[in-house]
Design a protein around this ligand. Structure first.
Ligand SMILES: C[S@@+](CC[C@H](N)C(=O)[O-])C[C@H]1O[C@@H](n2cnc3c(N)ncnc32)[C@H](O)[C@@H]1O
Length: 229
């Protein structure tokens, strides 16, 4: 074999190895980048929201979620980088504040719906005071109608309105929830799947679906967390 031919072979072998290394590095890097979310920093807003939550921590009286559930919703959204959220049952806005705060970091927005005018008005005031109004589209409407008619897609849903309608809400939202998205529902306990109730029927139904994996977190008021596969 001539020297020239040998050196061509050598270069080809080298560049092959180089190409192979690049491919391996890229393959390894894909899952890392897919799960690494760059969260927006806004220290002024963080300060405002924290001050609001602290000031009101003992004042939530309208069936609002407890703080650990707020933190849980916040963590699910920021960890997954969700951006298009729907909340069913605003009340006076405690959960909405945690969700919208998380969305302020992912660059997303929350649509939330409430049927009671007094609670809706208080929620609007609270969203403003917490500095989160820009991240929330709050609707005063019957969720039975809105959830059926609203256009998706959503990547995060929190269901916390009339419990007897939980399964119907889920059936209406399911086609609008993206794969990889998360459907959460409040006041759920594992024991409920054993007997008939709004929450029990919902939990049994969502657990029967192969394309959802569901866990129940009981640290607060009981939160079912279902990821769509
Ligand atoms: C448990 S509270 C929600 C608490 C809220 N997620 C929070 O943590 O601050 C349930 C709310 O759902 C509202 N609701 C009940 N049925 C509804 C319906 N059909 N449409 C819209 N809101 C409804 C109630 O008025 C009530 O304020």
């Amino acid at each position: 074999m001539s020297n020239r031919y040998k050196s061509i072979l050598f270069v080809m072998e080298k560049s092959h190895k180089c190409l192979l290394t690049i491919i391996v590095v890229l393959i390894l890097a894909i899952p890392l980048t897919a799960h690494t979310q760059t969260l927006k920093e806004n220290p002024e807003l963080d300060k405002k929201v924290k001050a609001f939550l602290q000031k009101n921590s003992q004042k939530w009286r309208d069936m609002n979620i407890p703080e650990p559930d707020g933190q849980l919703l916040f963590d699910i959204i920021t960890k997954n980088g969700y951006k298009n959220a729907l909340e069913i049952g605003t009340s006076t806005g405690h959960s909405g504040i945690w969700i919208a705060w998380a969305l302020s970091k992912t660059g997303g927005k929350l649509i939330t719906v409430e049927i009671d005018e007094r609670r809706y008005d208080v929620a609007m005031k609270n969203f403003k005071e917490a500095g989160l109004s820009d991240y929330i589209d709050a609707r005063l409407e019957d969720a039975h109608k809105l959830v059926k008619e609203i256009e998706g897609p959503f990547d995060f849903v929190f269901s916390d309105a009339d419990k007897y309608w939980y399964k119907n809400y889920f059936i209406d939202v399911d086609p609008k929830l993206v794969i990889g998205g998360c459907y959460t529902a409040h006041n759920i306990s594992d024991r409920q799947s054993g007997y008939r109730s709004g929450q029990g029927d919902f939990l049994k139904y969502i657990r029967s679906l192969d394309n959802y994996s569901t866990i129940v977190d009981s640290r607060g008021g009981g939160l079912s967390i279902s990821y769509k596969k």
